[in-house]
Write a protein that binds this ligand. Structure first.
Ligand code: 0WD
Ligand code: CA
Length: 380
């Protein structure tokens, strides 16, 4: 189209090309060819138990048991009496990933980088969830973000900082909202078993401290990435393809009754679902559609590779290439900006809807998130 041509050659960097201190998030700037995104490879995993303790293994892995297409799962069951909620005022930052890295250095640096024996062979380390936020930024109109970045021995570590708005929202959630947050976890308990030969136990306790996380390595253009993401469950067939291809993401969503609701589902929800699972190479999402009372009335599988076709008929819809190109340009921007290599320095990247990305630098501040005693000390 015309618009596309008009913006092809325009730089994505700021309004003033000489300053290069900001990054635009306007969609038109990112409508280029899809960038190289290598098939993500699982390099490890870890588990967090019911008390949020770290284990360098897959003990929290769960197994998907395909439910009835019209199941009648009551997601409200157990909210009052069988629910242990993780304390989400505790900020874990990159701590679990750093622990995994320390325990698995040999896996990620098989030969040991020649120049610096303890340098990591990747450009970026972060949570998958932070990358999801970057992918959806050109289409986000409600929530901004703050990302803290530290360069340490050449590698850029990205850790989210809660915005004031997000903190206010977390502290002022309605009772209805609190309960609805439980519904997603409850759905997992109707569809996941603890081992390959057992069945789901919806009578058990839902404890949101428990997590199984995959660690994957991949490359986006010239950015080598190492990130971790929480995985709900895997295909229980032992002949299923290797991880991450055997993983299944579980979601709940309001049932779709009108064309307007279907359109909104395509335009907003499928964007988030696609971005989150595409990043680690999780091939499918199983969605439980629930009514107003929290009863799952239908279940549907979405294949990530088919989502871009599903949305093609929506007017002015999101595009995977815009998401990936924006993320790629943001990471390039970070590499250019974050020059001082020190665990004591944090560059804070800040974005609000309809604005450009800006940044500020902070030394020995509240934003420091690399416990320097960890990444460098444990093998010394
Ligand atoms: O420090 C932080 N700001 C964050 C830490 C933000 C997001 C996540 N985390 C940590 C937690 O340790 C969590 O175990 O990351 C882990 C999950 O990482 P992720 O996979 O990178 O996060 P994301 O893709 O946003 O969420 C995946 C799942 C969610 O499932 P749904 O279907 O709702 O997308 O992880 C859960 C949730 O079940 N989850 C969280 N669990 C604990 N703490 C959190 C959180 N803050 N956010 C999402
Ligand atoms: Ca989920």
């Amino acid at each position: 189209t015309n618009t596309q041509h008009q913006y092809r050659s325009e730089s994505a960097l700021g309004q003033n090309p000489l300053s290069c201190r900001t990054l635009s998030t306007r969609r038109e700037l990112y409508e280029r060819d899809f960038p190289v995104y290598k098939q993500p490879v699982e390099v490890g995993c870890f588990s967090l138990d019911s008390e949020r303790r770290f284990f360098n293994d897959s003990r929290q892995m769960r197994y998907y048991v395909e439910p009835d297409r019209n199941p009648n799962f009551n997601l409200r069951d157990g909210y009052r009496d069988r629910f242990i909620k993780r304390d989400d005022s505790v900020k874990e930052r990159l701590d679990h990933i750093l622990r995994w890295i320390v325990a698995n250095k040999s896996t990620i640096n098989p030969t040991g980088a020649a120049a610096s024996p303890r340098a990591l062979d990747v450009d970026f380390v972060t949570w998958r969830g932070h990358l999801t936020k970057l992918l959806t930024t050109p289409y986000e109109t409600r929530e901004g973000w703050l990302l803290a970045v530290t360069r340490f021995r050449g590698t850029l570590y990205i850790s989210e900082v809660e915005t004031e708005a997000a903190r206010r929202e977390r502290e002022n959630r309605t009772e209805r909202h609190e309960e609805m947050m439980y519904w997603g976890y409850k759905f997992e308990h109707y569809t996941c078993a603890d081992n390959t030969h057992s069945l789901p136990d919806p009578g058990g306790v839902v404890n949101t401290n428990e997590a199984f996380c995959t660690v994957v390595q991949t490359r986006l253009a010239d950015h080598r990435l190492l990130f971790s993401g929480e995985v709900d469950c895997r295909d229980k067939d032992p002949k299923a393809p290797a991880a991450p291809a055997c993983y299944v993401e579980l979601k709940t969503s309001a049932e779709i009754c009108t064309p307007k609701q279907r359109s909104n589902f395509h335009r907003f929800k499928l964007l988030k679902w696609w971005a989150q699972s595409f990043l680690p190479g999780v091939p499918r999402v199983v969605a439980g559609f629930r009514d107003q009372e929290g009863v799952v009335v239908s279940v549907e599988t979405f294949h990530i590779s088919k989502i871009s076709h599903l949305i093609k008929n929506e007017y002015n819809c999101w595009k995977p290439t815009v998401c990936m190109n924006f993320c790629c340009d943001f990471l390039s921007f970070v590499k250019r900006v974050v020059t001082e290599d020190s665990h004591r320095v944090v560059y804070l990247f800040s974005w609000d809807p309809y604005k450009d990305v800006t940044y500020s630098a902070h030394r020995d501040s509240q934003y420091c998130f690399l416990p320097h005693c960890r990444v460098e000390d444990e093998d010394e």
